[in-house]
Design a protein around this ligand. Sequence first.
Ligand SMILES: Cc1cc2nc3c(=O)[nH]c(=O)nc-3n(C[C@H](O)[C@H](O)[C@H](O)COP(=O)(O)OP(=O)(O)OC[C@H]3O[C@@H](n4cnc5c(N)ncnc54)[C@H](O)[C@@H]3O)c2cc1C
Length: 342
Amino acid sequence: MLYTPTGFKYSTSNSDAKTEPPTEPCTETNSSKKERPPGTYMIWAMEVIGASAAFLYYLHLYTDLLKPKVKERLNPDKYTPFTLVEREQLTKDTDRFRFRINRPRFDEELEKTVDSIITQGAWALDVKDHLVQTYRTYTPVDYFVSSTVDDERGLREGYCDLVVKRYSNGSLSRFLHSTRVGDTVEIRGPILTWPYEPNKYRRIYMIAGGTGIAPMIQLIDRIIDQDPKTQISLLYGSQSESDIIYRQQLDDLARQQSDRLALTYLVDQGPASSDTQLGRPDARSVSKFVEGFDKSQDVVLVCGPDPMMAAVSGVRPIGPSQGPLSGVLRDLGFSPNNVFKF
Ligand SMILES: Cc1cc2nc3c(=O)[nH]c(=O)nc-3n(C[C@H](O)[C@H](O)[C@H](O)COP(=O)(O)OP(=O)(O)OC[C@H]3O[C@@H](n4cnc5c(N)ncnc54)[C@H](O)[C@@H]3O)c2cc1C
């Protein structure tokens, strides 16, 4: 390929070059050599750069077109439709919703962003009701992506489980509870809710009520898996024994990790079994629960319905602020540094 200042000229031999009238022998000192106008080399260089950029751009577009488009990918900046693939009733008013998640065969920029959020601590997703354009935040209790690649579809398949309580006058929770397997729901995320540094704490004290168990389940799984130095104590309040969410999984884990995970179940109403206590997270149960708390090495996490939050730590306002610390934990002398409200 020969290049002239006016563009590309394609040639398989030197024959084209031969058609040009021969020029004078070209040496630096040849006075008869035609002077090129100043800046000619600069223009050539810019044309070469421009043409190369255009070539690379079209090559990128072309290879992009060849790639299969992967739908149902998490995106922190954009709502994307995800298919509900499974739904299971857990208690009288709470269901588990499983959404299919896909990842392109090769990890791309978006997946790196998603991973970097997920690995930083506890995370959640915004779920939107597309009809009324409202959204609420939910904490996945399970997130899995297969290591096996589906070559035909150019992706790895996975899922994400949300546990959502239905409120009779709740906007988003009623919408989610009206969906059926096969429906699509718009989801945005992940969103980091609590940045967590592995092995930073000696013991994490978790106080949860109802579906407030969701971030605790997410963190328990991770800590047991990855942070051998961290111990966990969970105080979990429910309306009744049949309202305890994920009890079997929690009990199994506590049996396997008896030196690292301690569970205390509280129920508002009986009957209560031998390993469940009647009561709520209140002054009596919370002060007993945090007896061994070490302010320099431990942290308390709180998540639950507003009345429980008000009693234990103070309600967290909407937005990034934690709001002032109040309730039992403040009365016990805890400082805001020792407590995180979800
Ligand atoms: C970071 C974060 C993570 C969350 N994760 C989960 C989760 O995993 N699972 C889950 O079910 N929820 C979770 N929530 C709560 C969820 O976002 C919604 O607030 C909840 O589903 C109610 O929304 P709604 O639109 O149905 O009710 P809304 O229309 O907002 O409220 C309707 C009525 O429901 C009542 N209500 C709302 N929320 C509560 C509550 N927590 N306790 C008692 N009454 C209430 C209120 O009294 C209100 O009058 C989370 C919230 C946050 C901020």
